[in-house]
Design a protein around this ligand. Structure first.
Ligand code: CMP
Length: 226
């Protein structure tokens, strides 16, 4: 638990107490953790695997808001603002999650200010990312949107001093379509173009960004010109 950034500053006694009140839950690929609109009764931390946070339109279209991997948390919003779940969560692949009850989460952040600040920092980062997604949807074109999504995911778990950025999540083209808010066929065409130009490649079902600077330019260009 010490390796989880959120708990890094806790002393051994606190960690011991925490370990006694958390439970570990396992979800199969595709299994639902909760649905948007559900009451919020717990906080979740990803131990292994990955989770997809998404919203659904009435006619069944999906928009993925983000993907979360080991060390990342979700489900804090409904506990902080007492409103229902703002989005749905589903295991993208087999996932082990650490589950903290509402009472335990509230106790943790009220007795550990450093933990509360870390939660606020992550909320700020997510708001920034949501703003930049909104910017792309309002002003960007589809190539810029795909470039921005690939870069965001590739920079989430950066490998030190590597020019190439490997995306830790195994992504299908359908999942990239949900992330970019675009039809799958369009995503297929854009990815094909990026591959032909040598900007990305696929390595054991993981996308690798070979030319991050090109994708950065593409993600920024339409927005600058808008
Ligand atoms: P909560 O509203 O309790 O349940 C859904 C969770 O998804 C939410 O808490 C956040 O943890 C997470 N979430 C919602 N919107 C976003 C977003 N735009 N980016 C990242 N995570 C989000």
């Amino acid at each position: 638990m010490k390796q989880v950034p959120l708990f890094a500053q806790m002393d051994d006694d606190d960690l011991e107490r925490l370990a006694q009140i958390v439970r570990v839950a396992e979800y199969r690929r595709g299994e639902q953790v909760f649905l948007a609109g559900d009451p919020g009764d717990a906080f979740y931390m990803v131990i292994s695997g990955s989770v997809r946070i998404y919203i659904l339109s009435e006619d069944g279209r999906e928009k993925t808001l983000t993907l979360l991997g080991p060390g990342e948390f979700f489900g804090e919003m409904a506990l902080v603002d007492d409103a229902p779940r703002s989005a749905s969560a589903q295991a993208l692949e087999f996932a082990r999650l650490m589950v903290l009850s509402r009472g335990a989460f509230t106790h943790m952040i009220t007795t550990h200010p450093d933990m509360a600040i870390k939660v606020i920092r992550v909320l700020s980062q997510r708001l920034r990312e949501a703003n930049s997604q909104m910017e792309q949807l309002a002003f960007g074109d589809v190539r810029g949107r795909v470039a921005a999504v690939l870069l965001d995911l590739a920079q989430r778990y950066p490998a030190p001093a590597r020019k190439e950025l490997r995306i830790a999540f195994r992504l299908t083209q359908q999942e990239l379509a949900h992330l970019t808010g675009t039809a799958r066929e369009t995503v297929t065409r854009v990815l094909g173009e990026f591959q032909d130009r040598g900007w990305i490649r696929i390595d054991e079902r993981h996308y690798v960004v070979c030319a991050p600077e090109r994708l950065r330019e593409l993600a920024a260009s339409r927005i600058r010109n808008a």
